[in-house]
Design a protein around this ligand. Structure first.
Ligand code: ZN
Length: 254
């Protein structure tokens, strides 16, 4: 298994990183992509990758809810950091109209600056889009060659359809395992197999059966995988092969 999106630099996971990685390995998670949310976090993520080069890769970027603290010039250090071989993507970046704590124009500025960076670096982009799918897709139309994953997808079938038609991937997280989320599982059932990634978004969003009981960590991606297997009528092995192949293809991991 691969946990395609989590935040290992969050203190809740970083403070116990060795045991977090041990538990991941025991659960069958061989690779983890840790996602940075600001430049300082990106530095930390790269350090972590260097410490565990066989286990961790990273994406570096500025989260939309952090984008009021930065300007497009803040992208320059990211560009330097991206020369490190552990950096496999730009993000997470995007638009968040749910919390709406940052002026939308500023969110757009920082989103576009990072898309330009990704284009220049030929790297895929990890998209955070909350209640902003239409605007996010409208911006992405200007960057047709960039490969994107809409991480932690919890939207409707029509939103999923638009993402699929644009050629992008969907990341499924804890919410797809929640008991009352039949609607999201129905969306997952219809999403083409080659567009599905699995992720934990740890330390957030623990899946069933550990929901609300434990800090979310990469080992729990097994629960997202078993939901994918059930919904897509695959064996665990088949679902694992499928999602691992998709993740490697998306991030261009050898
Ligand atoms: Zn995240």
């Amino acid at each position: 298994m691969i946990d395609s999106h989590c935040h290992l630099t969050d203190p809740r996971l970083l403070e116990q990183i060795d045991t977090v990685l041990d538990r991941a390995l025991q659960a069958g998670v061989e690779l983890i992509t840790t996602i940075a949310t600001d430049p300082q976090d990106a530095r930390l993520a790269i350090e972590l990758c260097h410490k565990y080069p066989d286990r961790i890769r990273c994406a570096i970027g500025i989260h939309p809810n952090e984008s009021d603290k930065y300007s497009p010039e803040s992208i320059d250090p990211l560009k330097e950091m991206a020369t490190d071989s552990s950096v496999i993507a730009v993000g997470e970046t995007g638009l968040d109209y749910y919390w709406d704590t940052v002026d939308r124009r500023q969110q757009h500025r920082m989103f576009e600056a990072q898309l330009q960076l990704a284009q220049e670096l030929h790297k895929p982009v990890v998209i955070h889009s909350r209640q902003a799918i239409t605007d996010t897709l409208a911006v992405l139309k200007y960057y047709p060659e960039i490969r994107c994953v809409f991480h932690c997808f919890t939207g409707s079938m029509s939103e999923a359809d638009q993402i699929i038609e644009s050629g992008y991937f969907l990341g499924f997280t804890g919410p797809v395992t929640f008991k009352k989320n039949d609607a999201l599982r129905e969306v997952l059932r219809k999403v083409p197999e080659d567009r599905i990634l699995i992720e934990t978004d740890g330390p957030y969003l623990s899946p069933e059966p550990v929901r609300g009981k434990k800090v979310c960590e990469p080992a729990f991606v097994q629960y997202v995988l078993s939901t994918v297997a059930k919904v897509k009528d695959l064996t665990l092995d088949q679902a694992d092969r499928l999602t691992s192949t998709n993740t490697r293809r998306f991030y261009w991991i050898e």
